[in-house]
Ligand binder design. Structure first.
Ligand SMILES: Cc1cc2nc3c(=O)[nH]c(=O)nc-3n(C[C@H](O)[C@H](O)[C@H](O)COP(=O)(O)OP(=O)(O)OC[C@H]3O[C@@H](n4cnc5c(N)ncnc54)[C@H](O)[C@@H]3O)c2cc1C
Length: 414
């Protein structure tokens, strides 16, 4: 009989773990406290972005974060509250906002980004995966020369240190390349290494395919407690009863800190809330996915839909959607696009990103627990890093050679 694995958490990370574990012949069950693919993996911006090699811990981020706390319209927000874990998170983040740590973070991230993109290219060849895969790159667009020049320095750094080069686009080239843009913008940078997909379609088609391949999914099934036998995990208590297995993978995203005490390790994951709105396609509709770093809003065109997404709020698990925050998404694209948005919305959405203080994911064994694994902390690039995460987890559980060295992603670093 094949070894059994229970995966707790049915976001894109849990789905990917299920895929690669099933490939290796494991009997896989995925449980989720809500619906499969209904958490942070649902309506994100859909960027598969090897260009995002620099971690968020840039020099100057702390000043930016402090200034933005006093601006009502800032895409960044921290709700002041007495929380030791949030304070430790913020201090850990601030400590790493320097050139040396930023480059070290990028070096740790790059092999993951490259391996994940390679795995996506294989995955999307399967007809069962229906996700509007669009390998046409990503355009960064700037309205002011100051912001364009500043990004030019970042691009030069990324090219020098990581070999990920973008094509600079001047003002006239910009509207030729992307007719949906307004005239008079300063310029842009085009990363042809990037792609986009529609996350909700990826999740639903992946789930259906995995079900066909024998993976069991249990929704509305919340894990509450771990049951140990010595160091090993024997089973988990859930709202649907006890589930025993040979191996356990915890892919519960922003909720990961909830199980830290039970796993007897530090998991400093904080929820970083972001929003998106999906609407009818405007006319003209962008042909490229674009980022507008000055307003920090991104747009993604889909077949029959169009999405705006952004924001980073440290407000705990506040599940409200303030109209004021949603309107910032619309305002954020107005300076750039001829037809920036449409009145008819398909969906207003928020998701809690699983943020770590060094902005690297946590992928690997639970310390001193031979059959428990963590796959979490993917910050702003969990969709991008899903395939490589699933592969790494399957390789670690089966004791195979890993596609990249997993040492930098160990939870032991905290
Ligand atoms: C606005 C926005 C835009 C984004 N854009 C991009 C992008 O363009 N590209 C990119 O790469 N990333 C993007 N991201 C980030 C990306 O969405 C996340 O990193 C990724 O979805 C995390 O996946 P996950 O599977 O870890 O978490 P989730 O999708 O949140 O899945 C975790 C699951 O665990 C379940 N769970 C939690 N606790 C329990 C429990 N006790 N028992 C059972 N189940 C439990 C939850 O219900 C949930 O379904 C974006 C995020 C946001 C908010």
């Amino acid at each position: 009989m094949s070894e059994s694995v229970v995966i707790v958490g049915g976001g894109v990370i849990g789905l990917s773990c299920a895929h690669y574990l099933r490939d290796m012949g494991y009997a896989v069950t995925v449980i989720d406290r809500n619906t499969i693919g209904g958490g942070c993996s649902h309506a994100n911006c859909g960027y598969i972005a090897p260009s995002h090699v620099l971690p968020l811990t840039e020099p100057g981020m702390v000043g930016m974060a402090i200034r933005s706390m006093f601006k009502r319209d800032s895409p960044f927000k921290v709700k002041p509250r007495l929380s030791l874990s949030l304070m430790r998170f913020m201090l850990g983040f601030a400590r790493r906002c320097n050139h040396r740590d930023m480059l070290a973070g990028g070096r740790a991230l790059q092999p993951l980004l490259e391996a994940s993109m390679a795995s996506y290219k294989e995955l999307v060849q399967y007809p069962q995966i229906q996700c509007e895969w669009n390998p046409n790159g990503m355009l960064y667009v700037f309205g002011s020369n100051r912001a364009l020049d500043h990004f030019g320095q970042i691009d030069a750094l990324i090219t020098r240190e990581f070999g990920t080069a973008a094509a600079p686009i001047d003002a006239s080239g910009l509207t030729q390349m992307e007719p949906a843009l307004r005239d008079g913008l300063a310029g842009g940078y085009f990363y042809d290494c990037d792609a986009t997909l529609r996350a909700d379609r990826l999740n639903s088609s992946w789930r259906a395919w995995l079900e066909e391949r024998g993976v069991t999914f249990i929704e509305r099934c919340q894990m509450s407690e771990l049951i140990r036998e010595g160091d090993r995990l024997r089973a988990i208590h859930t709202s649907s009863g006890e589930l025993a297995a040979d191996q356990f993978v915890f892919a519960i995203g922003a909720r990961s800190a909830d199980i830290a005490a039970q796993l007897r390790c530090r998991i400093p994951v904080q929820p970083g809330k972001g929003y998106s709105i999906t609407m009818d396609r405007p006319d003209p509709c962008p042909t490229h996915s674009m980022l507008f770093p000055e307003s920090r809003v991104g747009v993604t065109p889909y077949q029959g839909a169009y999405r705006l997404g952004s924001m980073m709020e440290f407000v705990g698990f506040d599940e409200s959607i303030a109209p004021h925050r949603i309107s910032l998404l619309r305002l954020g694209v107005e300076p750039y696009l001829k037809a920036p948005h449409m009145p008819h919305e398909h969906e207003q959405w928020f998701g809690f990103r699983p943020m770590t203080p060094d902005t690297l994911p946590i992928i690997g064994p639970v310390p001193r627990c031979p059959n428990g694994y963590l796959a979490t902390g993917h910050n702003m690039i969990g969709l991008t890093l899903a395939p490589v995460t699933g592969r790494l987890i399957a390789e670690m559980i089966s004791g195979s050679q890993t596609v990249v060295d997993p040492t930098p992603y160990s939870v032991d670093r905290f």
